[in-house]
Design a protein around this ligand. Structure first.
Ligand code: FAD
Length: 459
């Protein structure tokens, strides 16, 4: 069966080298980083596509989708496969649509908008943009590998979000084009508010083939590490820098001990028992930041200029969800949550979590601007996993005390906490993919029977 499809798709592309059927290759390209979650590991291990197709143009994407529509073949779009929730893992086999070969930057426009294909790596956009005085507004810590299409399909924010908000804020995604899954696949352009129909929909309602991404004016950055005897001092200092408009920053990450002990390559900057803050700060303000840190009883354990993604050490490699990776290397029992604390009651919320869960939760804070322009204490705390029940108890407790949780242990758009209450992603799916062939099983409100089974209420 797969062989017939492979032959047909190779003939459609006119290139059999871009239709991959070797089981090990198909398996590798069917996986992402879902194994960060012990819950998802159980559910997704062993899920694979039947074959991989690698288009190089929008026209080829249309041709592949046309064929799959006729054949009722599921199609799961894939960027670099660095997602954390099994977003790119095909649940029902079919075609893995690997967009890595659509990797052209068409333009870095003079008005600071990058126009690109979906498979371009974010690191490439950053490097190219800087040549003309621009840089990414925000990017995940996987910037070197992750694709821009995958970031739009499954990511949320990261380095830069403390100044520019998340990917979905402040009109950062100016416009995009998607190919629909219909008998005659259309290329549909979305701009302004309409981009939200497609963003973070996990490739369930269209295949993104072209993106207009707003950039920020480039800044000369420096890196800095500050250690504090106690987490409270580190938190207060990082909060002050994050929330004050006078500091030009790209990253403010705060870790309580023992998290810094997991960062083996930079352990010389992590004094035993101390909490750390990692900064990317405007080079013009580095000296002032160091002085402010000392005045607040902090110890500057490292500072140096930042010369792009090859800088060693690259502090961002220890932040955002890379922190969890370092913890997992130390002890595979660690997993994580994605939280938004209340800027006013954050200290009390952290106290309550510590009282209830002790060292089962370790605080890793990521300050970020929300869509209203307020800088809030986001967090990707480490969780020492014992059972799914205990994890769910922690999530429920967070919500009870007013901590927002985007649950990274579920494998559907709605359950992850970033589904839009206005249902625009679902409405787009109904229009663009009436047969439900795009990444099936990931948008559960499209299948009312599954909603009933899981008790999800999003409509
Ligand atoms: P993939 O994993 O390939 O795809 C992600 C989703 O988008 C899938 O559902 C896929 O089907 C869909 N998709 C891919 N391409 C398209 C397309 N062209 N059209 C439609 N849908 C498409 N995320 C953050 O937001 N911030 C972080 O700081 C961050 N840090 C991370 C750190 C680590 C160590 C890891 C493992 C992950 C991290 N992530 C983070 C998650 C992930 O790296 C990012 O979201 C990244 O942008 C995903 O890009 P990708 O190319 O790997 O996408």
């Amino acid at each position: 069966m797969s062989l017939n499809h492979a032959i047909a798709l190779a003939s459609i592309l006119g290139d059999e080298s871009r239709v991959l059927t070797h089981p090990q290759v198909v398996e590798r390209l069917s996986r992402d980083f879902y194994w960060y979650s012990p819950v998802l590991r159980k559910r997704l291990d062993g899920k694979v596509g039947d074959l991989v197709v690698q288009p190089v143009s929008t026209h080829e994407v249309q041709s592949v989708l046309r064929y799959c529509h006729v054949q009722n073949l599921p199609v799961t779009a894939r960027g670099a496969g660095t997602g954390n929730y099994g977003q790119a893992v095909p649940l029902q086999g079919g075609v893995v649509l690997d967009l890595a070969h659509m990797d052209q930057i068409e333009a870095i426009q003079p008005d600071g908008v990058a126009v690109c294909q979906p498979g371009v790596r974010l690191g490439t956009i950053e490097t190219e943009a800087r040549k003309t005085g621009w840089e990414l507004r925000c990017y995940p810590s996987t910037i070197v590998k992750a694709s821009v299409g995958g970031f739009l399909g499954g990511g949320s924010g990261g380095i830069g979000s403390v100044a520019h908000g998340g990917l979905r804020d402040f009109n950062t995604v100016r416009a995009l084009e998607v190919v629909t899954m219909e008998a005659e696949p259309q290329v549909v352009r979305h701009e302004g508010e309409a981009v939200h129909q497609i963003l973070h929909a996990w490739g369930t309602n269209g295949v993104i083939t072209r993106i207009w991404l707003a950039l920020a004016p480039a800044v000369e950055w420096s890196q800095c590490v500050v250690a504090f005897d106690h987490f409270d001092g580190a938190f207060d200092f990082s909060e002050g820098i994050s929330t004050s408009d006078s500091w030009i920053k790209r990253l403010v990450t705060t870790f309580e001990w023992p998290i810094p002990s997991f960062f083996t390559p930079v352990k010389q900057y992590a004094p035993q028992g101390k909490s750390l803050i990692f900064f990317l700060i405007s080079s013009d303000q580095l000296v002032a930041l160091e002085a402010a840190a000392r005045e607040a009883q902090g110890e500057v354990t490292y500072s140096g200029s930042y010369a792009g993604l090859r800088t060693i050490p690259l502090l961002s490699d220890y932040t955002w969800n890379h922190t969890t990776l370092w913890a997992l290397k130390t002890d595979p029992a660690y997993t994580y949550l994605q939280c938004g604390f209340d800027p006013v009651t954050v200290r009390d919320q952290m106290r309550q979590l510590r009282e209830r869960f002790g060292q089962e939760i370790l605080f890793h804070m990521e300050f970020m601007k929300n869509g209203s322009g307020q800088v809030i204490p986001g967090a990707i705390p480490l969780v020492y996993y014992t059972t799914e029940e205990r994890l769910n108890e922690m999530i429920s407790f967070c919500r009870e005390i007013g901590v927002f949780v985007a649950n990274p242990h579920v494998n559907n758009v709605e359950g992850g906490g970033r589904y839009r209450a206005d249902n625009v992603q679902l409405l787009a799916k109904m229009r663009n993919d009436p047969k439900g062939l795009l990444n099936p099983g990931k948008m559960i409100t499209f299948h009312p029977e599954e909603v009933a089974a899981t008790g999800t209420t999003t409509r």
